[in-house]
Design a binder for this molecule. Structure first.
Ligand code: SF4
Length: 278
């Protein structure tokens, strides 16, 4: 299949997927955001064409059943990966929406998860595996800016600098300790121990980035309005006046976020998310 035919197919699938998600979830996005998402997908394809066209198994479900927690609960570990096989090698890819900066600074976290998947693939399925890697789907800010300015020279430059593939060594000796970590999390969830991160963590920058935990993680957390740590962070951020507490209640994102949210909802109503009721 020629590149232009693949791109046409991507556009087609993108529209179909969006429509399906809109109908299933009842959520819509603005035309601007939708165009931006498609642009990201197309750049992503341009950059990873080699991997994308060589993938032999997509969305392979890996399962490690019959695990037992320290408190005797049974659980199963599941994961989804993509596999590329050629005559010489087999690669396993785990796709993440996280940005490269964060992945590169926290490789050991990602390696742990991939070690478990590698273990399932090799030991339980008896399949060959030579390399594992993470694919970061986050769109680099510099490339986004170049695209917005329609600066072809800069676009090419930023594309050449962008390397969304992060190779990771896999080490089977670490598998048991990772499974134990999972098991402890299962026990904590079942025991209803949902302690949020202490406020000191929220006020710290995240490893390998310049962003605070509170802005990078909590801003996207649906539980923030009932989270004691976030409440404390919001109350004491800035100059620390008590009046700042109001910001916590009013924190619905930037003006642009709010406008997009309103437009998306108006659009959804106009387009009829309740089509069936007309
Ligand atoms: S707001 Fe969410 S992510 Fe942040 S500390 Fe609270 S529970 Fe954790």
């Amino acid at each position: 299949m020629k590149d232009y035919e693949i791109i046409e197919k991507i556009r087609e699938f993108f529209e179909e997927n969006y429509e399906l998600m809109r109908l299933e979830g009842g959520h819509a996005i603005t035309e601007d955001i939708k165009r931006e998402a498609l642009t990201q997908v197309l750049y992503y394809f341009t950059k990873l064409k080699d991997v994308a066209t060589r993938v032999t198994d997509t969305e392979v479900k890996l399962t490690l059943p019959d695990q037992v927690t320290p408190k005797g609960r049974n659980f199963t570990i599941e994961g989804i990966v993509d596999i590329v096989r050629d005559d010489n090698e087999t690669w396993m890819y785990d796709i993440k929406t996280h940005d490269l900066e964060y992945i590169n600074s926290n490789k050991e976290l990602y390696a742990k998860q991939l070690n478990v998947y590698a273990h399932i693939w090799q030991e339980l399925r008896g399949q060959q595996l030579d390399k594992t890697a993470i694919i970061s789907t986050a769109f680099p800010y510099s490339l986004k800016q170049a695209h917005l300015l329609n600066d072809q020279f800069r676009i090419q430059h930023e594309l050449s600098r962008w390397s969304p593939l992060v190779d990771l060594e896999f080490n089977q000796q670490e598998v048991q300790s990772t499974i134990r970590d999972f098991a402890e999390v299962v026990d904590s969830i079942e025991d209803k121990k949902f302690q949020p991160a202490p406020v000191e963590v929220l006020n710290n920058t995240m490893e390998g980035t310049k962003a605070l935990f509170a802005t990078r993680v909590c801003r996207n957390c649906d539980a923030r309005f009932s989270c004691s740590s976030y409440r404390e962070y919001a109350t004491h951020s800035g100059k620390g006046e008590r009046g700042n507490f109001k910001k916590y209640f009013d924190d619905f994102g930037s003006d642009t976020d709010k406008e997009e949210w309103i437009n998306a909802n108006l659009g959804a109503t106009r387009n009829g998310i309740f089509d069936g009721e007309e």
